[in-house]
Design a binder for this molecule. Structure first.
Ligand SMILES: CC(C)(COP(=O)(O)OP(=O)(O)OC[C@H]1O[C@@H](n2cnc3c(N)ncnc32)[C@H](O)[C@@H]1OP(=O)(O)O)[C@@H](O)C(=O)NCCC(=O)NCCS
Length: 166
């Protein structure tokens, strides 16, 4: 692996993002909710990027990609549903299956926490995770998130909630 960077998603990322999402579609759908089939086209990804960048412009969304100098986009991470008056947001991330287990999600989540503090002045981050997603739970715990006890013991739900006070 070469030099990695975490940077904001840009409108020029359409082709690279589509390649990343198609290559990993089956992998992501084995662990998280599937995207609409219409997403998997140049127009679908262009609309998706437009939507995320509009969210950035209005202060509700901060989308990032993890980029490898030679491989291109190898992961994504987002600050979602940013609520500045309440000082909170949700985090999400996904990593190319070929690059998993090398600390990329941890790197990206640390970047999100830093941006949440310095750029958005937030005080709390939350994550919703399927209970059987051991890798994601490990990433969250390593970055200081704590599971919300009620959501963990609620046997009617497959998901649980993690919280970080910052
Ligand atoms: C979850 C995900 C983002 C983790 O990305 P990653 O870059 O591999 O994460 P990291 O390398 O920073 O850390 C993952 C840790 O979990 C461990 N891990 C992953 N799967 C595991 C499993 N099934 N059992 C035990 N440990 C597991 C890894 O070994 C690693 O720990 P280590 O560094 O001590 O070896 C990635 O698997 C992914 O993109 N999954 C699909 C999308 C998704 O689930 N997103 C999260 C939604 S909440």
């Amino acid at each position: 692996m070469n030099t990695l960077s975490v940077r904001k998603l840009e409108e020029t990322d359409i082709e690279a993002l589509l390649t990343f999402e198609i290559r990993n579609r089956e992998w992501f759908e084995s662990q998280i909710d599937a995207r609409a089939p219409s997403f998997y086209s140049l127009q679908g990804v262009a609309d998706h990027i437009d939507c995320y960048l509009s969210g950035f412009a209005t202060g509700t969304w901060h989308p990032f990609v993890i980029e490898d100098a030679s491989e291109g986009i190898v992961g994504r991470a987002n600050l979602k549903d940013i609520n500045s008056p309440k000082g909170c947001a949700e985090v999400g991330y996904r990593v190319d299956q070929r690059f998993c287990g090398q600390g990329l999600a941890t790197l990206a989540l640390k970047h999100l926490i830093q941006e949440a503090r310095t750029h958005w002045n937030l005080t709390q981050l939350v994550a919703h995770v399927y209970k059987n997603n051991i890798g994601s739970r490990k990433v969250l715990e390593r970055c200081g998130f704590q599971v919300e006890h009620e959501s963990w013991i609620d046997n009617t739900k497959d998901e649980c909630r993690f919280i970080l006070s910052i």
